[in-house]
Ligand binder design. Sequence first.
Ligand SMILES: *Cc1c(COP(=O)(O)O)cnc(C)c1O
Length: 386
Amino acid sequence: MKLITFYGSRGLRIVKGENQYVWDDKGKKYLDLHSGHGVAFLGHRNKRVVEYIKSQMDEIMTLTTAFDNPIREEMLRELDDVKPDGMDNVFLLNGGTEAVEMAMKVARKTTGRKKFIAFRNSFHGRTMGSLSVTWNKKYRDPFEPLVGPVDFLEFNKIEDLKKIDNETAAVIFEPVQGEGGVIPATNDFAKALREETQKKGVLLISDEVQAGFGRTGKVWAYQHFNITPDILTAGKAIGGGFPVSAVFLPDDIANRLGEGDHGTTYGGNPLAAAAVTAATRVLKEERVPEQAKVKGELFMRMLRDALADFKSLREIRGLGLMIGVDLRLNPGLAIKVLQEQGVLALKAGITVIRFLAPFMITNQDMELAVNAVRKGVSETESKGGT
Ligand SMILES: *Cc1c(COP(=O)(O)O)cnc(C)c1O
């Protein structure tokens, strides 16, 4: 049997993870700033998450939400402290793309409209609906016809927002675009986006599958911009490593949904609920967003200082511990050099080295990473960026 993978091989066989580190089969240790596309933001095998899942395994592992269950009740109580503003309803699913699919269905059902608007460089997932609002043509084209109509507007371009019309069910956006190149929204753009959608009766979906749950320095990334979206999708970090995603909705939207409008076999299973409960507790008690803010600012400053003299550096940008180093060259070789130096990172867009660090990253870790990036960019420049 062969395992299908749609990612290029990194040439490593990883056997163990603990907090911000992983080890390969030869015992070599790596600082993991890839963190499984950001899933391990609370660290690999976070102790409290592991304990909670283990003890839930001794009770019950699978139970549809047609039945009540104590761990789900505990999860709801924990989430009460961190829920997005005004969003008292949550639906659990298993992956980011599923959360986006549901958000799109909810938007059509509750507005009675068909059209969606998304942005250039967006990434929302790989299934037919979420793929339809994903910008990269390479991902989309082989699978047309997708869900339509969808218009793509320029991200961070306020004039473009005039194209939002009253035929549109929802605008979906990432407050910090992840896959597309680590691009934070500007304050003015986010504000104008909220105003324009409100004016036209269009729902605003904040896709925080990557940026949400503390990574950017706030629990939810939209909170940087003084706006409130209508629907929020979360995933990646929210299960502390366990596969789970969520859609948050306010009452006025949730109340317009009924039996049969959506469903899921695994969604909200007791193990996922235990994982979200523990992860939320860690988020609150260890003041994870604050740590992400302080450490992210330091890490970004260190990167700026260390890379200032490189000709190929275009920009270092991000929010909290969601950081991109944008080069004028393909970052592939630099990411490879980083790996040889014991630091795992990932690519974003076409030219960006992306760091999705676990929140417990230390100053010493950052020094290691910064030195490795220097070496990576330097070798890339000397080879002309391949
Ligand atoms: C990763 C990601 C998704 C898709 O999540 P999967 O769990 O891979 O399905 C959707 N939206 C954003 C913003 C993402 O970063």
